[in-house]
Design a protein around this ligand. Structure first.
Ligand code: HEC
Length: 260
């Protein structure tokens, strides 16, 4: 009697708890970010490579003036479908400091495939000085570093609005999605910032999707492999559960039949 009541009690408590969790999650999610669907969403989602490649073009032509990408090496671009030759050409457009040479001096040389993307500023103080006191963060892991990373980056780049009257703007720009709403970064994309190499017509939305896809790849280059592996593990576990259930039936059959 008691135990039945107790189980029912536990059931109610857990139901309320799960309801609470799911409601608070959906409340968190609806922090008014744009509800956009990406090519890499879902268990079978993969990176739209042409989009990520266009994103690289935007990074190189717009964002790289202020933001580094220090955890990505040029050779990592092979997973976006670039050939060795193309990567060599991309790398050789940048110069990096190396050394010391035999005379003890540092020198500049063209980057090679194994170098990481160069930083636009020599050090953080220079980065701050050039940007009204706010250093632009490295973008390699920005999608991982923010809640709802891809949606946040997408919304941020789409979220520049005129400063409302009741807002006092100190050295910043109004962004609907930036915490506190005043961000030191001027609106970087307007829609006609690049002439896409693959002939795609540029628009603000297209550019923002492409750069977000690219930055999601830099944060999670292993995502597609991880999903594939996850799916295999899931299939294996379902198979294993079936097998264990059948063994259980077989092992206990004599007991059930009463022959033991
Ligand atoms: C003129 C320099 C400049 C350019 C160009 C620029 N940014 Fe920024 N960015 C900044 C600065 C400065 C900050 C720091 C903002 C702050 O702390 O208020 C920033 C911050 C960011 C952030 C982090 C926001 C956060 O939540 O902390 C993201 C994401 C970002 N930029 C993406 C981009 C992308 C994508 C591009 C290219 C399309 C780009 N930026 C181009 C200067 C720039």
């Amino acid at each position: 009697m008691f135990s039945k009541f107790f189980i029912r009690f536990l059931f109610y408590i857990f139901s309320i708890y799960f309801l609470y969790i799911s409601l608070s999650f959906s409340a968190g999610k609806s922090f008014e970010l744009y509800d956009i669907k990406f090519s890499f969403d879902g268990i079978f989602g993969t990176f739209d490579k042409p989009s990520a490649r266009r994103g690289l073009q935007i990074y190189r032509e717009v964002c790289s003036g202020c933001h580094g990408l220090k955890f990505i090496a040029y050779r990592n671009l092979t997973s976006l479908g670039y050939s060795r030759e193309e990567i060599k050409n991309i790398a050789s457009e940048y110069e990096i400091e190396d050394g010391p040479n035999s005379e003890g001096e540092m020198y500049l040389r063209p980057a090679v495939s194994s170098d990481n993307f160069i930083d636009p500023y020599a050090n953080i103080n220079m980065a701050k000085f050039m940007n009204n006191g706010a250093a632009p963060p490295d973008l390699s892991l920005i999608v991982k570093a923010r809640n709802y990373g891809s949606k946040y980056v997408y919304s941020l780049l789409m979220g520049y609005k005129d400063i409302p009257d009741n807002f006092d703007s100190l050295n910043g720009y109004y962004n609907k999605f930036y915490p506190g709403h005043i961000i030191a970064m001027p609106q970087p994309l307007y829609g006609d910032d690049v002439e896409y190499l693959d002939g795609t017509i540029s628009s603000l939305e297209q550019e923002v999707i492409d750069i977000t896809t690219f930055l999601t790849w830099t944060s999670h280059p292993e995502m597609v492999d991880r999903k594939k592996m996850g799916f295999k593990v899931l299939v294996f576990l379902i198979f294993m559960t079936g097998l264990l259930f059948l063994s259980y039936k077989k092992i206990w059959k004599p007991v059930k039949d009463g022959s033991i």
